[in-house]
Ligand binder design. Structure first.
Ligand SMILES: Nc1nc2c(ncn2[C@@H]2O[C@H](COP(=O)(O)OP(=O)(O)OP(=O)(O)O)[C@@H](O)[C@H]2O)c(=O)[nH]1
Ligand SMILES: [Mg+2]
Length: 259
């Protein structure tokens, strides 16, 4: 059975979603979970207090609070930095993935034989409900161009729903640069370009409702960061040795990870 699973959840103004998603996750997966790392970014609602309330009941919660420079990329990096040395697997997911909690079982089933598994909304049996049109165009263009220019066939690497072996996460950590949502593209694409084996499972995606709070994703603000990631990907493809060198981690000497 898969054990020592760490879950990293970035949370900014997610008071209500956090209080709903944590009990759902713990109820179904407690035997796999080592820790749930909630990274709050100086939320202006009760997210931080809500996390502490939850911790009274669910001891495996680890709360990380960032005070300055909010940014989901910085928050995810902070989450990685706080992983327990016992951790063997890391699940990345958003606070509003309430309907996706059952998918975690499919990630766990699939990871055997892979370095990581990503959740795809665009493969057969994956689905999207009310996905904003502009986001759809941007997402599909990114994947189309990365397939055309860089030769990466995966259908959805930018979704923050991924289960990776900790070994792989350790190697990625030093090369993650985006302070914002573009970190999701870095986390998805770098392992593939570096030659790690990444499986996909279909997942669904539902636009958050008003009751679930406001979206923090602002496409025009983060667009340039995705473009930078794309340029970095081209650089890595042209000089494959670069990612191997960059990805070298003091604790390990090879990439992709040995199992
Ligand atoms: N810690 C931290 N978390 C953030 C920040 N911005 C967003 N998040 C979290 O990142 C996750 C994704 O943010 P969302 O607003 O759901 O963005 P999205 O999924 O692209 O778009 P919608 O679902 O339509 O809102 C959620 O768990 C947010 O709470 C931030 O600045 N800091
Ligand atoms: Mg969301």
């Amino acid at each position: 059975m898969l054990k020592n699973l760490s879950i990293i959840i970035p949370a900014r103004n997610e008071e209500n979603n956090l209080a709903r998603i944590i009990p759902l996750i713990v109820k179904k997966y407690h035997q796999h979970i080592l820790e749930i790392i909630v990274v709050d970014d100086n939320s202006t609602d009760g997210t931080y207090l809500s996390a502490w309330e939850l911790k009274k009941q669910y001891k495996k919660i680890k709360i990380v609070r960032r005070i300055r420079n909010p940014g989901v990329g910085l928050a995810i990096k902070e989450g990685i930095k706080n992983l327990s040395p016992k951790s063997e697997y890391v699940l990345f997911m958003d606070c509003d993935f309430l309907a996706n909690v059952p998918d975690i079982a499919n990630f766990i089933k699939k990871i055997d034989g892979f370095d990581g598994v990503t959740g795809s909304r665009f493969m057969t049996r994956g689905s999207l409900k009310n996905y904003p049109f502009i986001k759809l165009i941007a997402n599909r263009s990114f994947h189309f161009l990365s397939q055309l220019i860089i030769g990466i066939p995966h259908s959805d690497l930018t979704n923050n729903f991924k289960l990776y072996r900790k070994n792989l996460v350790d190697k990625l950590y030093p090369i993650l640069r985006s302070p914002n949502f573009a970190i999701n593209a870095e986390l998805g694409y770098y392992p593939v370009i570096a030659g790690a084996s990444i499986g996909q499972i279909p997942v669904s995606w539902k636009e958050r409702t008003r009751l679930m709070g406001l979206s923090k994703f602002k496409i025009f603000r983060v667009g340039p960061s995705y473009f930078l990631v794309f340029l970095r990907l081209i650089g890595m493809r042209l000089q494959p040795a670069r990612i191997r060198t960059i990805a070298a981690h003091p604790k390990s000497d090879s990439f992709p990870p040995k199992r």
